[in-house]
Design a protein around this ligand. Structure first.
Ligand code: HEC
Length: 130
């Protein structure tokens, strides 16, 4: 039996959702855990990073290879250091769209899906990709 009101219930419970993440502290992250998260086929509710990004080689999947991204990240956006850029590219993928790639491909929901610890672990890992 279906209760139509269940929809309304689900919508109003959205107010219980924690605030989306807004910043990173890679110092608190663990790169090994970050790598394990990165390599999960499914991360929280959706295809994981590894389904769109290679990190160990230059092969381009749906997203750019992240080999060397820690070095690139330092100069991608004026005024953002590598940690800030990598953090933002997970939290707000459309804030800077990498040349030759389309916006709106990378899921914009990681700010809601990840815990602060998972985010910091991922950024700590990305910072090792020099
Ligand atoms: C459905 C495919 C997809 C998934 C899943 C995905 N990405 Fe992306 N990502 C992209 C695309 C496409 C771009 C390039 C366009 C843009 O900048 O938004 C990108 C860009 C990036 C960049 C910027 C790279 C650069 O050279 O500046 C980083 C860093 C990144 N993604 C990390 C991640 C991480 C970490 C995850 C997992 C939490 C992830 N991505 C999941 C598709 C994806």
């Amino acid at each position: 039996m279906f209760f139509i009101t269940a929809c309304g219930g689900a919508a109003s419970s959205a107010s219980a959702t924690p605030e989306p993440l807004a910043a990173c502290q890679a110092d608190n992250g663990n790169a090994e855990r970050g790598q394990a998260l990165f390599e999960q086929d499914v991360l929280t509710y959706y295809a994981g990073c590894i389904t769109c990004h290679m990190a160990e080689n230059d092969i381009v999947l749906q997203g750019p290879s992240l080999k060397g991204v820690a070095t690139i990240a330092d100069s991608r956006v004026t005024g953002q250091d590598a940690e800030t850029y990598l953090c933002k590219s997970i939290l707000a993928p459309n804030a800077h769209v990498v040349d030759a790639f389309s916006a709106n491909l990378m899921p914009p929901y990681y700010a809601n899906w990840l815990t602060q610890q998972e985010l910091d672990d991922l950024v700590a890992y990305l910072l090792t990709l020099e």
